[in-house]
Design a protein around this ligand. Structure first.
Ligand code: FAD
Length: 350
């Protein structure tokens, strides 16, 4: 047995720092549990980091908001009760010791000790699917993009977008008024994106199907021309482009989490109505899990997180109430409320 100290052992360890993990960290603080988040990447936000420029409308209580701003708000909330946050470690191994403490090991070899685990690993460790063209990476600093963080760079430009899913088509539509010309290339004749946005895109974009990108040409670090190949006839085509956006989706990697003995269905790890997996002490929330009425949205992730944290609390303290007191009456906020009221006063005076 390791000789770690009691203070090394957290009440709750949350695996994954997307919306489910961030909200679980906040709510776990509401329930006065010592909390740690372990996130494989070097930042919180999860899958939302792949659409930072998009405007999100369907999160309760927040108006239409740029996704990047929503991440900032969520991160601030997640840090309310100062959870420990570990970046750059993917949780891989799990061993439940005889005293009931879980020993989690990460891919960097570090160990983490915890009494409960909430799995918020979403779509796993996602890697963007890059172009399989030799040397393509040398254009990534200039005009080859896999995510978009600033739409204004496309103003007045000829933009080529490759992809046939919702993301590719949404970007095309967002660029309608901004770009000089939008060219959409897709390897199939039919788009998988929703019908209505596809119809809108076809009203203004030059759509080339079924074609795939077969070569990139230009100066040392900037693409000027894109070679295309017809996927059925092999016929070549070439188009000029100032900017190239590739939206081919993501590879998902759940690493070793799926070998812990968790029961799974097609869309994720099975949980019951209280977000309990089949392994006692291990709960789940967000896109990583599935149950009958699962909502694969940020709002759904929040609800799962509340239920998972409440279950973790009751696992540790069977006599605890099954939910936290409402935040407006929660004594954990008494001191923090003074600062909020002060900020409000200052705002009104200015
Ligand atoms: C293009 C697009 C647009 C969308 N737009 C909206 C929208 O407008 N409104 C809305 O409500 N929803 C939207 N969604 C859905 C929303 O993004 C997801 O429902 C949400 O991100 C799920 O959150 P999560 O925390 O469960 O998982 P994720 O966001 O996937 O986060 C999981 C985190 O876990 C980490 N992780 C994975 N494995 C490990 C491991 N072994 N160890 C440590 N860390 C690990 C990952 O790095 C990641 O940071 C959209 C989705 C897409 C694809």
């Amino acid at each position: 047995m390791d000789t770690q100290q009691d203070w090394d052992i957290y009440d709750v360890t949350i695996v994954g720092g997307g919306p489910a993990g961030m909200y679980a960290a906040f709510y776990s603080g509401m329930r006065a549990m010592r909390t740690k988040i372990i996130e494989a990447k070097r930042e919180l936000g999860g899958f939302m980091r792949t659409y930072p420029e998009k405007i999100v409308w369907d999160v309760g209580g927040v108006g239409p908001v740029r996704c990047e701003r929503l991440i900032e708000i969520l991160e601030k909330q997640a840090r309310t009760f100062d959870p420990a946050i570990v970046f750059g470690q993917a949780v891989a191994g799990m061993n439940r010791r005889e005293d009931g403490v879980f020993e989690l090991t990460s891919t960097t070899g570090e160990r983490h000790y915890t009494r409960t685990v909430i799995l918020c690993a979403g779509r796993g460790m996602t890697q963007v699917q890059k172009l399989d063209i030799h040397g393509a990476n040398r254009y990534e600093l200039a005009n080859l993009h896999y995510t978009i963080t600033d739409l204004s760079r496309f103003a007045g430009k000829r933009v080529l977008i490759s992809g046939g899913g919702d993301s590719a088509v949404d970007w095309a539509n967002e660029l309608e008024k901004l770009a000089k010309e939008v060219i959409v290339v897709h390897r199939r004749s039919e788009f998988t994106a929703h019908e209505r946005p596809v119809a809108q895109m076809r009203t203004f974009a030059k759509v080339l199907t079924p074609y795939r990108i077969s070569g990139l040409y230009g100066s040392a670090d900037r693409i000027a021309r894109v070679a295309l190949t017809h996927t059925e006839t092999g016929e070549p085509e070439e188009v000029e482009a100032d900017e190239v956006i590739v939206s081919h989706g993501y590879d998902r990697d759940f690493g070793n989490l799926v070998n812990w003995g968790l029961e799974r269905e097609d869309y994720g790890v099975s949980v019951d109505a209280k977000m309990r997996t089949n392994l006692p002490g291990i709960f789940g929330a967000g896109d990583f899990i599935t149950y009958g009425s699962k909502v694969r949205l940020i709002a759904g992730a929040f609800n799962d997180a509340v239920l998972a944290v409440n279950s973790a609390k009751m696992f540790l303290e069977p006599s605890a109430t099954d939910m936290a007191g409402v935040s407006s009456h929660n004594e954990r906020f008494f001191e923090k409320n003074k600062a909020v009221i002060e900020e409000e006063k200052q705002r009104q005076q200015n």
